[in-house]
Design a protein around this ligand. Structure first.
Ligand code: ADP
Ligand code: MG
Length: 697
């Protein structure tokens, strides 16, 4: 395989392959299903399955799997061979339509948040024909949704697909009002920019914290961090370049449009940005990207860290969810357009997003809440935990002019009348500068920047799609019944701006004054995961999701339970890892080093009574004092963990983790880090931050 275009998508059963390999009628039926969501006949599935199998076997595949996204955060697969015994004692390779359409993995070990008791362990996976099948590790992977036997979603894809249907339906109503006759469907698109760290594998292997938790739980500040800003967009080291090249190639083979790779702010931090795709495809692709990032790293004797905060003191990693809405005719509905009419339509969609973000700021915050991301949000390296929107000064001025019926300062100095005047062209720069905003308008899309690097993009997009659909529905209800469309449109836009402009903030999100201002505006500041999660089950949010049938109430409650549980489990594992590291490695090391210094001083003094042993004595004294403190803090953490084991209510436990365990972990770390800074490198049991962050050369 020579050229990139030959390589691209060569492991994907995509449109081109389907056109080549499926009988015309079958191909047409598939197209209908993919584009309009038509139900697929089993006879069609049988033909598709057979073609898929032949194609996959030619590519060297021996197995197939239903590939799905349970609520664990990673993807799941259960491999089955194509082989089937034949009458002559040999085997044939088989794959039936039934096997393509439905699978029955044992669901009992996946989180269900009480939706499925273990005696009803069966769940099933159902083929998502709108996402292409692909080959990975000699296995034909079929993207599927994962449900309990009662039909409740146990995965991230099912509600995502539901939310896409919902926004399609409501956006279509609005588009009809603007006379878009040719449009038959609307889809949201997503381009997730992915940050990650690369560190040498041999050093990773020496750190229990990285192995068990994905982040360092100890580590003194190195002499150099990110203060020189010399890593951002800096020259890429040959070893990293080789990694990126292979990563790109592996992603291209799977039809993933990896486009830009560059160095990020922190040392050894990098970013990959793909070209955007339809939301469910982009979500699948981002999961695959994360998996392949880690796999390729291994081949290069590196480890790819996807944790949101692998190192204290330097930036953590996020994911930017670029989101927009497009028609099947290729019109981006968040693009201002050329004519007054297009502009009016744009303003209405913009208003729907503004209203959605304001009314469902809690849900957006929850969609990015995790133990790992709590280290970033509000820590002045990522957006604050307060959800607000940046729309740029030019657009803000226009909204202001519309709301107050003031003159807008364009060339004609005229009133902005919707449906009459055209919007000025926004220069890209004016909408793209603010890096501190959680939700920024970047000329034809919104960039939701609060996501943590490790999480699936499904959650935030489920919320965005559903919340925007809700607002579009309300808008359509009003406008469809209006006597005079233009007046009603004008009034609606004006009213929406007036009522929801509090969510718009174009200033510096890192500024302390913003915290006060946001509070005055009544915006939520949900600092941590335990603070945010209870809003998940508020009536307003249950109403939103159940009304649009994106989640049933039972599904919401189960997801709330799973999120709480996962938060508590992560903190528990981190605390136990710290205890283990301190007890087994750090305390013995510092104790030996203290003794070594004392021994040296003693030996020296036995030679000559007034020999200067100030270094040994002073360091030994400090080492001993800090060792005592470390030991004391260890016992405090152990006590807290023991107490936590007695708490059975998950919500109570999550607050206990936040208020008792995390502070105890921080105190333990602080004593250990101080010890690291005075302990001989020879005695310290782990590679240092300097080794880890600057180890890839
Ligand atoms: P920049 O941030 O340098 O301006 P781009 O605007 O090209 O770069 O894109 C940043 C990310 O946004 C890319 O991943 C890109 O694919 C994605 N993106 C661009 N347009 C859209 C869109 N209409 N919908 C969703 N994502 C988009
Ligand atoms: Mg970025």
């Amino acid at each position: 395989m020579n050229t990139v275009s030959e390589m691209f998508g060569c492991m994907v059963f995509d449109d081109k392959v389907m056109r080549e390999r499926l009988p015309k009628e079958t191909y047409k039926a598939m197209q209908k299903t993919i584009q309009d969501g038509r139900k697929l006949d089993i006879s069609v599935a049988t033909v598709v399955a057979n073609a898929m199998k032949d194609w996959a076997i030619e590519k060297g595949a021996t197995h197939f799997t239903h590939w799905f996204q349970p609520l664990t955060g990673v993807t799941a697969e259960k491999h089955d061979g194509f082989i089937c015994p034949s009458n002559d004692g040999k085997i044939i390779m088989e794959f039936s339509g039934k096997e393509l359409v439905k699978g029955e993995p044992d669901a009992s070990s996946f989180p269900s948040g009480g939706l499925r008791s273990t005696f009803e362990a069966r769940g099933y996976t159902a083929w998502d024909p709108t996402a292409y099948a692909f080959i990975k590790d000699d296995t034909l992977c079929i993207p599927t949704a994962f449900c309990s036997y009662g039909g409740e979603a146990l995965d991230k894809k099912t509600p995502l697909l539901r939310s896409m249907e919902v926004i399609n339906k409501q956006a279509m109503r609005v588009l009809k009002l603007f006379g878009n006759e040719n449009v038959t469907s609307v889809k949201t698109t997503v381009g997730p920019e992915q940050e990650y760290f690369l560190i040498p594998r041999e050093l990773f292997d020496l750190r229990k914290d990285l192995i068990y938790t994905g982040r360092t739980l100890f580590g003194a500040k190195p002499p150099k961090g990110q203060e020189l800003d010399d890593h951002y967009f800096g020259q890429i080291k040959p070893r990293v370049k080789a990694y990126m090249k292979e990563l790109d190639e592996e992603l291209w083979k799977l039809g993933i449009l990896a486009k830009t790779e560059h160095n990020e702010v922190a040392p050894s931090q990098h970013e990959l940005a793909p070209i955007f795709a339809t939301t469910n495809i982009a979500t699948d692709h981002n999961q695959l990207t994360m998996e392949i990032m880690q796999k390729v790293a291994k081949k290069h004797d590196l480890v790819c860290l996807l944790h949101e905060k692998p190192f204290a003191g330097v930036n953590g990693s996020g994911k930017h969810n670029n989101w927009s809405i497009s028609t099947n005719t290729g019109i981006n509905l968040l693009e201002p357009g050329e004519t007054p009419y297009e502009n009016a339509q744009f303003l209405l969609f913009l208003c729907a997003v503004i209203k959605a973000v304001d009314e469902y700021q809690d849900m957006l915050r929850i969609s990015v809440a995790s133990a790992g991301n709590d280290h970033r949000l509000g820590a002045n390296e990522a957006p604050p935990a307060i959800v607000s929107m940046f729309i740029g000064d030019e657009l803000a001025e226009i909204l202001d002019a519309i709301e107050s019926e003031k003159e807008y300062d364009n060339k004609e100095k005229s009133l902005m009348k919707i449906g009459v005047h055209t919007l000025p062209r926004f220069s890209k720069d004016s909408t793209d500068r603010n890096r501190t905003s959680p939700f920024a308008f970047t000329s034809n899309k919104f960039e939701f920047r609060m996501l943590g690097s490790a999480s699936s993009v499904a959650g935030p997009n489920i919320v965005l799609n559903t919340a925007v659909a809700e607002e579009l529905e309300k808008f359509a209800d009003i406008l469809e019944n209006a006597e005079d469309f233009e007046t009603a449109l004008n009034d609606l836009i004006k009213k929406t701006i007036k009522e929801h402009k509090r969510i718009i903030f174009n200033g510096n999100g890192y500024d302390d004054s913003w915290l006060e201002e946001a509070e005055r505006r009544g915006l939520l500041n949900l600092k941590t995961t335990p603070d945010a999660l209870p809003y998940f089950i508020s009536q307003k949010n249950i109403d939103l999701f159940t009304k649009h049938k994106v989640f049933s109430e039972a599904e919401i409650r189960s997801r709330y339970e799973i999120s709480l549980e996962s938060y508590c489990k992560i903190i528990n594992i981190e605390a136990l890892t710290m205890v283990d590291m301190v007890k087994k490695d750090i305390l013995p090391a510092v104790s030996s080093y203290g003794r070594e210094l004392a021994d040296i001083a003693l030996t020296k003094k036995s030679l000559l009574a007034d020999m200067d042993c100030s270094y040994e004595e002073e360091t030994a004294a400090k080492e001993c004092a800090l060792t005592g403190e470390l030991y004391k803090n260890l016992k405090i953490l152990e006590d807290a963990v023991a107490k936590s084991e007695k708490i059975s209510d998950m919500s109570e436990l999550s607050f206990f983790c936040k208020d008792e365990i995390i502070p105890a972990m921080n105190a333990l770390r602080s004593a250990a880090d101080e010890l690291e800074s005075i302990t001989s490198a020879e005695f310290w049991p782990y590679p240092s931050y300097g080794d880890l962050l600057f180890g890839v050369r």
